[in-house]
Design a protein around this ligand. Structure first.
Ligand code: FAD
Length: 391
């Protein structure tokens, strides 16, 4: 049992009970079909079930059907679902956290009722549109434009690599509303109903992993959006985006622990059962020291992630802590899945075991939501800001 080897002293009783409940849900609804959903249609029904169970709403207010438990609960869900199937949680999180948090924090009462409540219940799907064909890490270089037309805004542009893009009912879309000022001041955020004329799907990208999710290239051609779909103020898009990334990165860190955890468990059991040279392979340090490193990375990653989540829930700025948690856990997840595969030898390279799936899924996470290089940049910037403040 996971709790036996991963420290639980850091969690509250309520969080530990909640984890058990989520795990029970995963045992019943996800593990039996964890391989299958990678080959099937988009798991919309399963996402609805996840919503009905309350696992789309821990970050959201009770008025929209959430439980307002906070990010420390979101990372529990992220880890538990990702330990079963990474793509499924990516789809869940893109809807409830990536799309949901900007609406939750900056939306009006009416916007939340209409565009967040059905996402929290799992009946509708959300996505977030930041990345474009020419704009990745340098989000301030965004090209998508929103121009005022009477009471409406007209949006033109392309968004690429958008999780849930082809499946979403609503998108939180970032666009430049004032090209004459720095884009950090000239960017705004809109809710876009994806059934609006002019919104189209160019294609779903063919990915290395995350097969149970859909990640899409989208086009917006003269998409009319009424003024009441603007999130926050005109020109507030960049701060909204930065705020969203802090919760996203912490939640991704939770997912990354899940990607590492299952391969770790498989490797522990396999190394105990597999015999070579008349002894279990765990008797060889080349194998058992890998297990030691995996255990260390999982424990350290969980502590870093919980630290960022606790700080966020207390209202602190967590740009540095979220970046540290995501960078550490995602690099660790790639190392852990890779080492687990090595421990299983030829068997690890087959689809008889789920490790190759976790390795493919984990590989994404030093890219999406801020690359490892960008996170290192952010961490050092925050360190210098904190330690050498300007006079
Ligand atoms: C499966 C998947 C799902 C995604 N989901 C979403 C989504 O839902 N919504 C969304 O908006 N986006 C999404 N993305 C996009 C993702 O956030 C971007 O891919 C990521 O931010 C990197 O941008 P890029 O791919 O354009 O790479 P680039 O920014 O072009 O970077 C290429 C390389 O250059 C490096 N680099 C760039 N600038 C610097 C620098 N200043 N210093 C050092 N190195 C640098 C990068 O680290 C990287 O290694 C998704 C991507 C994938 C693959």
């Amino acid at each position: 049992m996971v709790d036996d080897y991963l420290s639980s002293v850091l969690w509250t009783e309520d969080e530990i009970e909640f984890r058990k409940e989520v795990r029970k849900f995963c045992d019943k609804e996800i593990y039996p079909i964890a391989d299958e959903i990678d080959e099937g249609p988009y798991p919309r029904e399963l996402l609805r079930k996840i919503g009905k169970a309350g696992y789309m709403g821990v970050m959201h207010d009770k008025e929209v059907g959430g439980s307002n438990k906070g990010l420390s609960y979101e990372i529990i869900i992220a880890e538990e679902i990702s330990a079963a199937n990474g793509g499924l949680d990516m789809a869940r999180m893109a809807s409830t956290t990536l799309y949901g948090m900007p609406v939750s924090k900056f939306g009006t009462k009416e916007q939340k009722k209409k565009y967040l409540m059905p996402v929290v219940s799992g009946d509708r799907i959300g996505c977030i549109g930041i990345t474009e064909p020419d704009v990745g890490s340098d989000t301030a270089g965004m090209k998508t434009r929103a121009e005022k037309d009477g009471d409406d805004w007209i949006i033109n542009g392309e968004k690429r690599f958008i999780t849930n893009g082809s499946q979403a009912d609503f998108m939180c879309c970032f666009a430049i509303t004032d090209p004459d000022v720095k884009s950090k001041e000239g960017m705004s955020a809109f809710i876009v109903d994806t059934s609006t004329d002019g919104f189209s799907v160019v294609e779903d990208h063919d990915l290395l992993g995350m097969k149970s999710a859909r990640v899409s290239w989208l086009k917006l051609e003269d998409v009319h959006v009424s003024s009441d779909m603007l999130l926050g103020e005109v020109g507030q898009g960049f701060p909204i985006l930065m705020d969203e990334l802090d919760s996203e990165r912490t939640a991704i860190a939770g997912e990354a622990i899940g990607y590492g955890r299952t391969p770790f468990e498989v490797a522990v059991n396999y190394s105990n059962e597999r015999e070579q040279f008349r002894r279990p392979i765990r008797a060889f340090e080349g194998v058992s020291f890998k297990i030691a490193d995996m255990a260390m990375k999982l424990e350290a990653g969980r502590a870093l992630t919980l630290t960022a989540a606790r700080m966020y829930d207390k209202g602190n700025n967590i740009t540095k802590e979220a970046s540290i948690a995501k960078l550490y856990t995602t690099e660790a997840a790639i190392e852990i899945t890779n080492d687990a595969l090595q421990i299983l030898g030829g068997s690890g390279y087959t689809t008889d075991y789920p490790i190759e799936r976790f390795l493919r899924d984990a590989r994404l996470m030093t890219i999406g939501g801020g690359t490892a290089e960008i996170l290192r940049f952010l961490i050092q910037r925050e360190v210098f800001k904190q330690m050498l403040p300007k006079e």
